[in-house]
Design a protein around this ligand. Structure first.
Ligand code: HAM
Length: 421
């Protein structure tokens, strides 16, 4: 019986891998321009990290984690997101005492046991950034501007930015109390999960996808009316910076985000092309998270963006994308020139030319057919005459152009690159 990839996971085949690499390259360049450094963190962590960090009342922790006991009896979880692991590393490696801000970016795979649908997988990839240190909304603005730059470089035009401020520990309790007062008389019309959310984290009700619950949510109070003076100022300063730099956005008082660590700014980049949820990228500020995870009181802000959803958006909007280039050079040989071909191929590879020769024991004719189909830019026929004379023709397949060259790898490489440059 054939074994298939698991539901919600997918193989990233060469053409798609090329596009993953492309967006990763553009992302890295953008992060570099904004002064971010790369971090890589482990795929699995202690379950407690996510329970404490992301919040055990969140859907991600309560319903979607891949959690198991390892052979040593520890509770382990495949990361459902990157922020908690990056914060753990930030604390664990004493980065809290580095000159602040510390600005990190990452590209990592995440695992969530979600119902699989368009744009929603059980293993997916995130590009993300986290800044530690600044309390100032300049850091929130910088995240959004980095994303704006990134989308512009990719040529994406149709993603819309929505922002909100969900308050801080000073003003949120009043808002949560107002939400409870509002939802209490409607609970009998709402789903079972929302009854639980009402008890554990009433803010989560706003994100419920059930129609009956959304009907109630529609008229629920907004955080804005309950913001304290500091949060109001934070919100105004962020909006001023976005305005001053010409970034378009919409204030959406219903964005609360699905993770419990957020304070003040939250934002999402959304599009109609990426499935029911429409979110390509989400992020916000998490001023209490470093402390919650055992570090000092260092504020943070960040975002993550799903690579699969980003690629869906790029394709759906017909944004021009690069295509993989052809392979470089194929050397055709005969049984008695096979040794010479092998020597030449490995020497060319050392010169950086992508050279190949027959490793299938094929006849000359079959090699010819393969070279034609194999998408090579150029070929060399290495017969007895060529080996004896030390000279051969480097032939370009598209144009039919030829150059007669000595068989030295560095000269051939020079000819090849001068034409391809
Ligand atoms: P998130 O909104 O849970 O935030 O995920 C960020 C992005 O990951 C989403 O906007 C989406 O593009 C992608 N994503 C999430 N779930 C799936 C899925 N099942 N299939 C495909 N793509 C998915 C976070 O993860 C936060 N850690 C972001 C953050 C960083 N906030 C502050 N710093």
């Amino acid at each position: 019986m054939k074994i298939h990839a698991q539901r919600g996971t997918k193989d990233i085949l060469p053409d798609e891998a090329f596009l993953f690499q492309y967006v990763d390259d553009v992302f890295k360049e953008t992060c570099h321009a904004f002064g971010f450094q790369e971090i890589r963190v482990p795929t699995f962590e202690a379950t407690e990290l996510f329970a404490r960090g992301v919040g055990d009342a969140s859907d991600i922790v309560s319903k979607e984690m891949y959690t198991f006991e390892d052979r040593g009896g520890r509770s382990i979880t495949l990361r459902p997101e990157g922020t908690a692991g990056v914060v753990r590393a930030f604390i664990e490696h004493g980065m809290t005492s580095l000159p602040l801000p510390v600005k990190l970016f990452y590209n990592l795979n995440c695992f969530r046991y979600e119902s699989v649908q368009k744009g929603r997988y059980r293993e997916f990839w995130q590009l993300g950034c986290e800044t530690f240190g600044p309390e100032s909304p300049e850091a929130d603005a910088e995240m959004i501007l980095l994303l704006d730059r990134f989308f512009q470089t990719l040529g994406l035009k149709e993603v819309a930015l929505e922002i909100n401020n969900i308050g801080c520990p000073v003003c949120r309790p009043q808002y949560l109390a107002a939400l409870k007062d509002y939802f209490a008389p409607h609970l009998s019309d709402m789903c079972g999960d929302c009854h639980e959310r009402f008890e554990r984290n009433v803010l989560r009700i706003i994100d419920c996808k059930v129609d009956a619950c959304q009907t109630v949510v529609k008229d629920s109070p907004l955080q804005e009316a309950y913001l304290c003076a500091d949060c109001k100022e934070h919100k105004a300063t962020l909006e001023h910076r976005l305005d001053s730099l010409g970034v378009k956005y919409r204030v959406n008082g219903r964005i609360v985000r699905g993770l419990d660590y957020y304070t003040r700014t939250v934002f999402e980049f959304i599009s109609e092309h990426v499935g029911t949820q429409g979110t390509i990228c989400g992020g916000g500020r998490y001023d209490g998270l470093v402390e919650t995870l055992g570090g000092p009181a260092v504020p943070g802000v960040g975002f993550a963006m799903g690579i699969e959803r980003l690629l869906m958006e790029l394709k759906a909007t017909n944004t021009p994308l690069p295509t993989p280039s052809k392979r470089d050079l194929y050397i055709l040989c005969f049984p008695d020139t096979r040794d010479a071909a092998a020597t030449l191929v490995y020497a060319l590879r050392s010169e950086g030319v992508g050279a190949d020769f027959d490793i299938m024991d094929r006849s000359f004719r079959a090699q010819m057919k393969y070279a034609g189909k194999g998408d090579y830019l150029a070929l060399i026929v290495l017969g007895e005459d060529e080996v004896k004379s030390g000279m051969a023709k480097l032939k370009w397949l598209d144009s039919g152009d030829e150059i007669e060259s000595s068989l030295s790898a560095d000269l051939l490489a020079t000819h090849f690159y001068s034409k391809e440059a």
